[in-house]
Design a binder for this molecule. Structure first.
Ligand code: SF4
Length: 210
């Protein structure tokens, strides 16, 4: 490791957003075709997106245009965060809810709020096993046998934190009311970025631990 602070030159990549982790066949085919044509590498990101690596400057715009032609949405500033989801009840014996449907419903409701401030993430788990890491996410929604639990302010990174449980035993409608309030609160705070964890100590934070 070199202790000197030299600005690192990063290689170029393009990220395709993948709602609920489901890749449509046309996008899959196009990624495969482009990977062969331009000698790209395909990386499945920890945020459940597809990141295309090894993009050369001269090919970047052509690759983006080809992807957008088949309906791919590319990552960019101000986009509402795609919930990270586990597979849920349709594919897991322990699953209690349809996590993908809930993710779709969240996106249908909140995508129109773009642009949103960066630095907040959402995760949904279909049971208490929490495979999608709901406890270490800004807003974590976990299904249990007695209803949903909602966590806020969790984070990973260099100083990981478990989120505060602010609701338990609630139905889906109440989950949406809570998300409404959290998003409004987050958006109403000054600054261009803000992790939810920082807002937990705000005197006006609208929820207490349950
Ligand atoms: S969180 Fe539960 S429902 Fe989701 S994949 Fe893990 S075990 Fe299955």
């Amino acid at each position: 490791m070199n202790g000197n602070k030299v600005k690192k030159e990063l290689k170029k990549s393009i990220t395709i957003l993948v709602p609920a982790g489901l890749v449509l066949a046309d996008i899959f085919d196009k990624v495969n075709e482009l990977a062969k044509k331009y000698e790209l590498a395909v990386y499945l990101s920890t945020a459940q997106n597809i990141r295309i690596l090894n993009v050369q400057d001269e090919n970047e715009e052509a690759i983006k245009a080809e992807l957008q032609k088949v309906g791919a949405e590319l990552k960019g500033p101000g986009k509402f965060p795609l919930p990270r989801v586990c597979v849920g009840e349709s594919y897991c014996k322990l699953g209690l809810v349809d996590t993908m449907a809930l993710s779709d419903r969240i996106l249908a409701k909140y995508k129109s709020r773009e642009p949103v401030k960066p630095k907040f993430k959402i995760a949904i788990a279909g049971c208490p096993a929490s495979c999608s890491n709901v406890l270490t996410t800004d807003i974590g929604i976990k299904a249990t046998k007695s209803g949903y639990e909602v966590y806020v302010g969790g984070k990973g990174g260099a100083s990981p934190k478990v989120g505060l449980r602010i609701a338990k035993g609630v139905d889906e409608e109440r989950v949406f009311e809570i998300i409404d309030q959290l998003i409004d609160f987050h958006a109403g705070k000054p600054g261009t970025k803000m992790r939810m964890a920082k807002l937990l100590s705000d005197p006006d934070f609208p929820f207490a631990e349950v």
